[in-house]
Write a protein that binds this ligand. Structure first.
Ligand SMILES: NC(=O)c1ccc[n+]([C@@H]2O[C@H](COP(=O)([O-])OP(=O)(O)OC[C@H]3O[C@@H](n4cnc5c(N)ncnc54)[C@H](OP(=O)(O)O)[C@@H]3O)[C@@H](O)[C@H]2O)c1
Length: 354
């Protein structure tokens, strides 16, 4: 029988529920190939309770409970838990998956959850930008001391391989800079303004379509892009920058006539995130820019586009079509398989000794 690989989830919203739906079917085969059987031993939420079951929670029931707006407490087999941090300290798991919502001003509560899990010697996988943008260096040091993994592929461009591409496919290569269009909401608003829609109308349409939040400031004022830019600079360029350090201007000042004129010339106005070294100092910025015709970042139909500048491999482009929950759930799978591989190897060694 395959050995259990115990996963705990903090956050059971869009991404967590999609992950749980795919886990028993298509995702399980990736673990089976390693001789492991994934089990969810705990789920913590904000307003829908928490549950721990060391034998594995019934995922179908957990999904039905949360979708009905009820509390997961009904499935809890452990002592009652005060909050998500207490959950992280108590749950019996090999890996914590952190997918709670982000506070872009502080990175919390995710940073606390990740730190507590690493301190316990659990691997951590996250799609939350907060820990990568605010505390990557210290979390990596802690993970190294504990001999566990801390992976965060889903933090930027959903499931597109960005961090894993550099780590696994570009050994010895240095990322010297990046440029990216990383916030899908602003790209969609700017695209509609090219067609003549006013800013207010383009924003309202994005909100009705569920793309933009009711409070859209995180997107249109450039905070989301700034958090992602910090995550990229910290993880790929060894920086230690935080979102307030980013030179940032959102798209409120862009007018439809500017967007339309750019488009007539084949150009595009986009919110561009950049990381580069100027006179040895790393600077990170998020600013609306007019991109010339033919620029990779000006390509239509993408939710995210990133260009990496490297020393040994020149320029590398990563292009994401429509991205979202499916791709982000996949990022969790790819990171989980990466942390599961050494767990599987250790189990094989142990059973060979017996
Ligand atoms: N959606 C995407 O496509 C996408 C893409 C890339 C990255 N991400 C990142 O992935 C994470 C999850 O996204 P999502 O779309 O699944 O968010 P979501 O639908 O808003 O779900 C958030 C989940 O976290 C729970 N939660 C809220 N506060 C909590 C707390 N203090 N402690 C523990 N759990 C808490 C919520 O519980 P209640 O519902 O009970 O409050 C809910 O289960 C976010 O960090 C997001 O930025 C998402």
């Amino acid at each position: 029988l395959p050995a259990p690989f115990r996963i705990a989830l903090v956050g059971f919203g869009n991404v967590g529920r999609r992950f749980a739906e795919l886990l028993p079917g298509p995702y399980a085969s990736a673990f089976r190939a390693l001789g492991l059987r994934p089990v969810i031993t705990g789920i913590a939420t904000g307003r829908h309770g928490m549950a721990i079951d060391p034998r594995g929670l019934p995922l179908g029931r957990a999904l039905r409970i949360v979708r009905a707006g009820r509390s997961l407490d009904a499935l809890n087999e452990a002592a009652p838990l005060r909050d998500a941090l207490a959950f992280v300290r108590a749950v019996p798991a090999d890996v914590l998956v952190e997918i709670s919502p982000l506070d872009p001003q502080s990175g919390q509560p995710a940073v606390r959850h990740v730190r507590a899990a690493l301190e316990r010697g659990m691997h951590v996988v996250t799609a939350n930008k907060g820990p990568v943008a605010f505390s990557l260096a210290s979390l990596k040091r802690l993970a190294k001391r504990r001999g566990v993994g801390f992976r965060h592929e889903g933090a930027v461009m959903d499931g597109m391989p960005v961090f894993n591409l550099v780590e696994r496919c570009l050994p010895g290569t240095r990322v010297t800079g990046f440029r990216g269009v990383l916030n899908a909401t602003t790209t969609r608003i700017l695209s509609r303004m090219e067609e003549g829609a006013s800013f207010a109308r383009a924003l309202r349409e994005a909100q009705v379509a569920g793309i933009a939040e009711v409070d859209p400031g995180n997107d249109i004022d450039g905070w989301d892009a700034a958090v992602k830019a910090c995550a990229l600079a910290n993880a790929l360029m060894g920086a230690d920058v935080r979102p307030p350090d980013v030179r940032r201007r959102g798209i409120r000042g862009v007018r439809p006539e500017h967007s339309a004129a750019a488009r007539r010339a084949g150009a595009r106005i986009r919110l561009v995130a950049r990381g580069r070294r100027v006179a040895g100092r790393l600077t990170v910025s998020v600013l609306p820019e007019r991109l010339r015709a033919g620029d990779l970042l000006a390509t239509d139909g993408a939710d995210g586009i990133l260009e990496l500048e490297t020393d040994l491999m020149g320029e590398i482009g990563i292009w994401e079509g429509r991205g979202g929950v499916d791709q982000t759930a996949y990022a969790l799978l790819s990171d989980l398989v990466a942390v599961a591989a050494p767990v599987a190897k250790a189990l094989t060694r142990r059973s060979a000794k017996r």
